[in-house]
Design a protein around this ligand. Structure first.
Ligand code: SAM
Length: 299
């Protein structure tokens, strides 16, 4: 009987993860957001939220020692995992050895040519999901890169800080609603899948975590002619949360002399100038952007 611990089997248990880290003499790097998942139940929830099957691809960001990658490889036709930390490469070679459909790309996800990754690895797949336990220090830049580049992604299922998940899914008029909510909801339909306790990670993070599913929309939910201006208007409206929309717009786009044009634009869009940015819906921001554009606001 083989009594040796089998590290090629699922690494997502506390004992196996510790064993692998010890075997390769690895300590988790805080600076790279390394918190390894050691709970198969949570991993299964993440994987099933992505709705994968043999015909689909999965792009993972930050495979670490391969806990999630292994589970993805069991469900998807192809898994590509981008990892910045060179120390993980020999570990992944071992933990992913049984999975011929898993490939590792060494690099920084913010710099790797993702279009090239898609063309090379996912051609012919019926859809691709991004699935990851993200490094928390760059959650927002990663998600915004994926969305703004309009990569052919069906959905994004990621473990992130709970506080960020709440902001992404927030509705107008709530304290969590802000420019991130609007940016994410412009491209996706967000749904918090589950809240995750600290105890499922090694080492344990200091913040609460959540799994969020972002179903990427085929079309934005509102009609916007100038997206750049739209997001600039949103940013400006939240520049000082406690200020009214008119005060925020005034500081960003108008002067004392041109203020009447702003007032006319707000009226045309049907928005009370004393409202705060956090009360406006995506649609109201679209109407406001169009009215401001007609009032001569450009970038
Ligand atoms: N997927 C593993 C798991 O669930 O156990 C590890 C997740 S850990 C939270 C985040 C991973 O992202 C680490 O392996 C880290 O090295 C990697 N990472 C951090 N910054 C990255 C970047 N810019 N590009 C690619 N990977 C990165």
């Amino acid at each position: 009987m083989n009594t040796k611990p089998n590290v090629i089997a699922d690494v997502a248990t506390p004992a196996r993860t510790k064993e692998v880290l010890k075997k390769y003499d690895l300590a988790a790097k805080k600076s790279l957001g390394q918190n390894f998942l050691v709970d198969l139940n949570i991993l299964n929830k993440i994987v099933s939220a992505a709705g994968l099957d043999e015909s689909k691809g999965a792009l993972e960001i930050g495979p670490g020692i391969g806990a999630l990658t292994q589970q993805l490889a069991k469900q998807a036709g192809k898994v590509v995992a981008i990892e910045i930390d060179q120390r993980m490469l020999p570990v992944l070679e071992e933990t992913l050895a049984p999975y011929a459909n898993a490939a590792v790309v060494h690099g920084d996800v913010l710099k790797v040519d993702l279009n090239e990754v898609f063309e090379r690895h996912f051609a012919g797949m019926s859809g691709v999901s991004v699935v990851a336990n993200l490094p928390y220090y760059i959650t927002t830049p990663i998600i915004m890169r994926l969305l703004e580049e309009r990569l052919p992604v069906e959905n994004i299922v990621v473990m992130i800080q709970k506080e960020v998940a709440d902001r992404m899914a927030a509705k107008p008029g709530t304290k969590d609603y802000g420019s991130l909510s609007i940016a994410v909801q412009y491209y996706c339909e967000p749904q918090v899948v589950t809240i995750v306790p600290h105890t499922v990670f090694i080492p344990q993070p200091n913040v609460d975590s959540a799994v969020i599913r972002l179903q990427v929309r085929k079309e934005p939910p509102v009609q916007v002619e100038n997206e750049k201006l739209y997001f600039e208007v949103v940013q400006a409206s939240f520049a000082q949360r406690r200020k009214t929309i008119s005060n925020n717009l005034l500081s960003r786009f108008f002067t004392k002399e041109t203020k009447p044009r702003m007032e006319a634009a707000l009226q045309e869009a049907g928005i009370d100038p004393s409202r705060r940015g956090e009360t406006l819906s995506l649609q109201e921001y679209a109407s406001l952007t169009a009215a401001l554009s007609r009032a001569g606001v450009t970038l």
